[in-house]
Design a protein around this ligand. Structure first.
Ligand code: NAG
Ligand code: NAG
Length: 413
């Protein structure tokens, strides 16, 4: 008697509990993320007894892309990168993977079914899609764990236009990103993602990504690389040429030119380092095959050779002087080669800064401003160099009269 009473009481309890669970389940099972800084809302629903992930996102289209990642680091997360389609009316949803802090590349092993996507006049992109079987992908792919605090990532691209249907379109490093956790247990349930009476996505759990958790990520390496090379091409290189031209290559002049050339060379090597770092982050530049990179590396090699060439020349001259002799006649030819190759290097630097600006997607106005500045500099400096050359030649003729020329470097004094 006693035991049967207890069992019926237990039955009631079980019945009540399951009814309650059913009531909760009949409500929404959607977790949402708000990113106030980018006016983004992301909603996720995991249908029960399925490997699918339903997601809905509303985000502005003024970034190159908006991306979400399921995981705590890029190397271990499936990322969904979303950007405007070629016609600018729909959204391309590209599942991607990355080997670490590098540009993620499209994986054909993940299937996304886009139910609806649009971009409205207000520049809002919306996507309603399902990532098929994404909670348990193949063994070598990251899977999505269902927990009350599933680690996730969010990122937006720089403000560049991409507009592409290509799932493997090249993208740039994010300009802001953040990590957060989502309650995917509360997101598990039937009925997908729906809207409430006032048209908002209804959610059973919501979280926000804001404040310090959402980091700006200016690409400092790109900026440093660009600014340093602009200084080299527009100031350091022409200054070194002026020094070499005005002070000549004898005595103290040779020393001053040695110092300016060393500073110049150090600048060029130092400015290359951030360029190499950036190159390794992006698929398009990882092989060092773009025109800008090839020209840059060739220029640096030529410069290293000319740097040693200059040192060798001054050493030959110095040791000849020590022995009280004139340096061999061939040094003059070597000096002429040194001078002209260095002028060519300067021209290549000027051109390559422009190519770099183009490669990094700078605005056309900025590129044109640079071209105008570079051309202006050339127009001003070429006559100056010519004058220096003429003056020093005349002076040298006066001094030496009919004597055989014994001069080997930048000018004839
Ligand atoms: C998304 O698409 C599914 C399937 O077509 C639909 O049932 C659901 O209501 C849509 N949700 C939203 C938020 O548009
Ligand atoms: C609905 O969305 C608007 C913005 O679109 C927001 O201001 C409002 O607080 C939301 N309402 C609820 C109940 O979340």
């Amino acid at each position: 008697m006693q035991s049967s009473r207890r069992s019926s009481w237990l039955q009631w309890l079980v019945l009540c509990t399951t009814t309650r669970i059913h009531l909760i389940k009949a409500q929404t099972a959607v977790s949402t993320l708000l990113v106030p800084d980018t006016n983004t809302i992301l909603a996720i629903n995991l249908p029960p007894d399925s490997g699918d992930v339903n997601f809905y996102i509303s985000t502005p289209d003024w970034y190159q892309y908006t991306a979400i990642g399921f995981g705590s680091s890029m190397a271990e997360a499936l990322m969904l990168v979303m950007y405007a389609s070629a016609d600018g009316k729909r959204v391309t949803v590209s599942p991607r993977l990355s080997r670490g802090g590098t540009e993620p590349v499209w994986t054909p092993n993940v299937r996304i079914a886009v139910h609806a996507s649009s971009i409205n006049d207000n520049s809002d992109m919306t996507v309603n899609a399902t990532c098929n079987g994404c909670r348990a992908l193949a063994q070598d792919l990251p899977s999505i764990k269902t927990s009350a605090a599933t680690p996730m990532m969010f990122a937006i691209g720089p403000s560049l236009v991409l507009n592409s249907d290509d799932l493997d379109a090249r993208i740039r490093r994010h300009s802001a990103y953040g990590r957060f956790t989502m309650d995917l247990v509360k997101a598990t349930g039937p009925r997908g993602i729906g809207f409430d009476a006032i048209g908002n996505v209804s959610s059973s759990s919501s979280t926000a990504l804001e404040g310090d958790a959402f980091h700006r990520d200016d690409d400092k390496a790109v900026t440093a690389h660009g600014i340093l090379y602009a200084i080299v091409a527009l100031a350091v290189a022409p200054f070194d040429s002026l020094v070499a031209g005005v002070l000549g290559s004898k005595g103290a002049g040779a020393w001053v030119h040695g110092v300016t050339a060393s500073v110049y060379f150090a600048f060029v090597i130092g400015a290359m380092v951030p360029g190499v770092i950036v190159s390794r982050q992006h698929v398009a530049t990882q092989q060092f095959r773009t025109g800008h990179q090839v020209l840059g590396l060739l220029t640096i090699v030529a410069m290293a050779v000319m740097f040693l060439w200059g040192i060798a020349l001054s050493w030959i001259k110095r040791s000849a002087k020590k022995r009280g002799r004139e340096p061999p006649e061939s040094t003059q030819r070597l000096a002429t080669v040194h001078r002209w190759v260095c002028r060519l290097i300067w021209a290549l630097l000027l051109v390559n800064v422009g190519l770099g600006m183009q490669l990094s997607g700078q605005r056309l106005v900025l590129i044109l401003a640079y071209v105008a500045l570079a051309l202006g500099l050339v127009v001003v400096l070429v006559p100056v160099y010519f004058c220096i050359w003429r003056c020093s030649k005349r002076q040298q003729e006066k001094e030496e009269g009919p004597h055989e020329l014994t001069i080997y470097d930048h000018n004839y004094r």
